[in-house]
Design a protein around this ligand. Sequence first.
Ligand code: ATP
Length: 373
Amino acid sequence: MYIKDLQLKHFRNYEQLQLNFQNNVNVIIGENAQGKTNLMESIYVLALTKSHRTSNDKEMIRWDEEYGTIKGTLQKKNQHVSLQLILSKKGKKAKLNHLEQMKLSQYIGVMNVVMFAPEDLHLVKGSPQVRRKFLDMELGQVSPVYLHELSQYQRILQQRNSLLRTLQTSRDRNYLMLEVLTAQLVKHAVKIVEKRISFIKLLQDWASPIHSQISRETEKLEIIYKPSINVSDLTDLTKMEEEYIKQFEAEKEREVSRGTTLLGPHRDDLVFMVNDKNVQTFGSQGQQRTTALSLKLAEIELIKEEVGEYPILLLDDVLSELDDYRQTHLLNAIQNKVQTFVTTTSVDGIQHETIKQANIINVSHGTIISNVD
Ligand SMILES: Nc1ncnc2c1ncn2[C@@H]1O[C@H](COP(=O)(O)OP(=O)(O)OP(=O)(O)O)[C@@H](O)[C@H]1O
């Protein structure tokens, strides 16, 4: 799939923008703070309705404006789809072929994107939250059912946390309502963990050979799901459900005194092992970068397998962070098959053929000064 055109109105530092793209590589060049990342973010948000760098949608609306819009035409195998996202201070609306979608889960997944930015290089070393976000965003693109489960889970989690805060300050120790919410939460938790585990298995099937290849067959990558509860068999869902209920019961007093839910998928993590050692603790910076790169390349292949078409790749400021060898590996892997957007302050350091033949878009102060398409 590829995006043919993009229109922005009141998005970040863009007042109005109309751009056409090439179906292979588009390079966005500009000095710092001109709007390169903003442009990448708009494509990401058009696909996933959420930003990769803020959880506050209002931040994306141009200052002093009431709303912002992103529109684009997506070319899929044998159809084109018009996508539109309207951001306003009251919330957001998503339209497919001009029809408003009542549920965002019906919209997300129509356009698939993979973003690779410098912060992804911290996927291994960063906080568990970064890895959970990675899981949720990537899995959500290929599984609307997962997105639905996740939103149900988050709704109950909020109710449960607010009840825990009430119990924290009251003398009343009536836990009946807490038990009801725990049972509801656990039902969704088990389904989320189940989906995450099968996703990780697929991801590993792709990432492992890629990692071996980048490391010249010297390293073996393994991805392990680390739940917040003690459970010996993550494939036995009935047992997992029982364990959740048991361990929630044991944590009850601690949860009340902290006023928050301490167990569940919102506390789970991923562990990356290279040659049977945890890369987070023992890996060199190079191994961590190879892991992040392998995961991103694996995601591209996984989406192709799941949806039948390659996603759009957004490389935001990341090429300069990779050494020549990893840079070449990445560009060779996507060459002539994945529509790619690259941001950079200069193309001088990038020797690859792909970049030399690219559509160059020059950005300055939220305006395109030339789009050589
Ligand atoms: N909501 C907004 N309204 C107007 N301008 C905004 C808004 N949010 C951010 N900006 C402006 O956008 C600019 C930053 O753009 P962007 O992050 O795309 O930079 P960039 O070109 O990627 O630069 P760098 O190479 O430093 O990453 C800043 O000048 C910032 O003030």
